[in-house]
Design a binder for this molecule. Structure first.
Ligand SMILES: Nc1nc2c(c(=O)[nH]1)N[C@H]1C(S)=C(S)[C@@H](COP(=O)(O)O)O[C@H]1N2
Ligand SMILES: [Mo]
Length: 527
């Protein structure tokens, strides 16, 4: 028969739970401080990166829909992992208390080593499970350490914080639960016990406040305020100001790379592997190159695209200096946030593929990859790895972060055009010329012409290219339209690329290779 827990058993379990809470708060605070100061990613954050590529694209998209966006999904991910960690801490505290009570029941107070050993065993087992599970992403470091040292630092941090948890748990539980020695009088014993309770409670409250404070500081640095920033009309400029340039990041908190520790390694199948620091990279002959970028998940008419003037070193120069070996198939590009993507060797050796360190004449902004990013014209933004630290020449096709999720396998930007002005929520008038404007982009093939249809794709009229500068960049077009009848009029736009190919009119989903189809909008025309 199971014994009914006595009140004091429950009291012990409660004290254990409280000790567990104090200990897990100490652990969480340590993790948060390490994240803030040294860019060490805690398991609660790493787990998202470990799981995201495994999700499968459909599941990923249905989760995005379920949570209402990437930001919300990320918040749910870290939030629930953190809550899970807190709950586990509390549970371990209660279990520990139960074990200690059981051991004390056996009479020998010295036997309390047993529970401590069990606690150490359980925490070690959890540590092993998380290290094995998170192994592929342990090389992440948001201050910019190279993957090798980053993995060592992350491992050291998990060892230290696990040990901290055990020590704080055992100590607070001892403080909370120990009766004073037999020699002391009852009142003093209770007095000191409650004093200790106050100390532990105060410690817990202090830790909670400190954790909240550091958590708030981390939240302020999080990407929630800008991830998914779109560039919408009206008033789209030829060169997008860096602050308005669209942003996509997998991270909850983006890297803040220390230029002093940053290195770019060129290795793998090369004769002379080497690494560059930022000064060395900047001292190499550079090019200025206007290039438009677009995310694979940018729907027809969407604003996950922007155009900037980049400065950098052609990757082909670095690869040639290193000397490609026979059998090179791809370069695998890795970044400080654990993100990676691959580029076929021909594209990597194309003189327009850059290691860029300036955007619009200034050092890359942090959110766009400071101190350096890869820029792969003609391919979706996924390939343009930010915060790059390593370019490894490999002999096989390696899948990137999103490719493993199921995107691709083609990442070539299809030709597409869109309307950006006027604001068509406002009505237009019959007989009044309206200036329609928009962008058109054809990867690295250039846009040679843009046409507009005001009769649902029966006839097409040429638009004027107001801005057209480089095959790697978008064009800005305009079309002066004179509405001739009242009612709802569908407007369509299409572009032709530098190969003379008219854009695909057939609508294709965003998943898995990026959307195609005409941007079709409705104008409300009044008499
Ligand atoms: N290291 C790293 N590089 C990255 C990403 C990332 O999350 N981490 N996101 C990619 C995606 S999906 C896109 S569309 C582009 C966006 O670049 P931008 O934010 O500078 O516009 O960066 C790519 N490079
Ligand atoms: Mo993207």
């Amino acid at each position: 028969m199971r014994s009914v827990p006595t009140r004091s058993t429950l009291a012990s379990l409660a004290l254990g739970a409280l000790s567990g809470l104090v200990a897990v708060l100490a652990l969480t605070l340590a993790q948060a401080l390490l994240r803030l100061a040294l860019g060490v990613s805690p398991p609660t954050e790493l787990i998202g990166d470990r799981v995201a590529p495994l999700l499968g694209i459909e599941r990923f998209f249905s989760l995005l829909e379920l949570f209402g966006g990437y930001d919300q999904l990320k918040q749910f991910g870290v939030g629930s992992a953190t809550l899970g960690q807190l709950a586990l801490g509390v549970l371990l505290g209660a279990i520990y208390a139960g074990l200690v009570r059981r051991a004390a029941g056996d009479g020998d107070r010295r036997a309390s080593r047993g529970p401590l050993l069990v606690l150490i065993g359980v925490v070690s087992a959890l540590w092993v499970v998380s290290v094995v599970g998170l192994w592929p992403v342990l090389g992440t470091n948001y201050r910019g350490l190279a993957p090798g040292p980053a993995r060592v630092l992350t491992l050291a941090a998990t060892v230290v914080s696990s040990a901290l948890f055990v020590v704080v748990l055992a100590t607070s539980y001892r403080l909370l639960s120990s009766r004073s020695r037999a020699s002391s009088g009852e009142t003093t014993a209770e007095g000191s016990a409650s004093r200790r309770a106050v100390v532990v409670g105060g410690l817990g409250a202090g830790l909670a406040i400190a954790t909240g404070g550091v958590g708030t500081a981390l939240f302020r640095r999080s990407t929630f305020s800008y991830d998914g920033l779109q560039l919408a009309g009206p008033g789209i400029e030829p060169i997008t100001p860096s602050e308005r340039f669209y942003v996509v990041t997998k991270n909850v908190i983006d890297p803040r790379v220390r230029a002093a520790t940053w290195r770019l390694e060129i290795d793998g199948l090369v004769e002379r592997p080497r690494s560059y620091d930022l000064d060395e990279l900047r001292s190499l002959p550079s090019v200025r190159q206007e290039t438009t970028m677009m995310c694979i998940s940018n729907g027809v008419g969407g604003g996950l695209q922007s155009n900037a003037m980049w400065t950098g070193v052609p990757l082909t120069e670095l690869l040639s200096t290193a000397g490609l070996q026979e059998g090179a198939v791809e370069v695998l590009v890795t970044a400080v946030d654990g993100y990676s993507d691959s580029v076929f060797i021909d594209k990597a050796m194309d003189p327009t593929t850059l290691v860029a360190y300036e955007m619009n004449g200034e050092a890359l902004p942090e959110r766009h990859g400071y101190p350096a990013r890869i820029l792969v014209p003609g391919m979706f933004g996924e390939k343009s790895v930010k915060w790059v630290t390593r370019v490894e020449v490999v002999e096989r096709d390696v899948k990137g972060f999103y490719e493993r999720q199921g995107w691709g396998p083609q990442f070539v930007v299809p030709t597409r055009a869109r309307f950006t002005e006027p604001d068509l929520s406002l009505p237009l008038s019959v007989g009044t010329v309206t200036v329609l404007r928009g962008t058109a982009f054809a990867g690295d093939r250039g846009v040679t012409s843009v046409e507009v249809s005001t009769d649902d794709a029966r006839t097409w009229e040429p638009a004027e290219l107001e801005y057209s500068s480089s095959p790697l960049a978008w064009v800005l077009w305009r079309y002066d339209w004179l509405p001739q009848r009242a009612g709802d009029v569908p407007l369509l736009v299409r572009a032709t690329d530098g190969n003379g190919d008219v854009q695909v009119g057939e609508a294709r989903d965003i998943v898995p290779q990026g959307a195609t189809g005409y941007h079709r909008v409705m104008a409300r025309v009044q008499a």
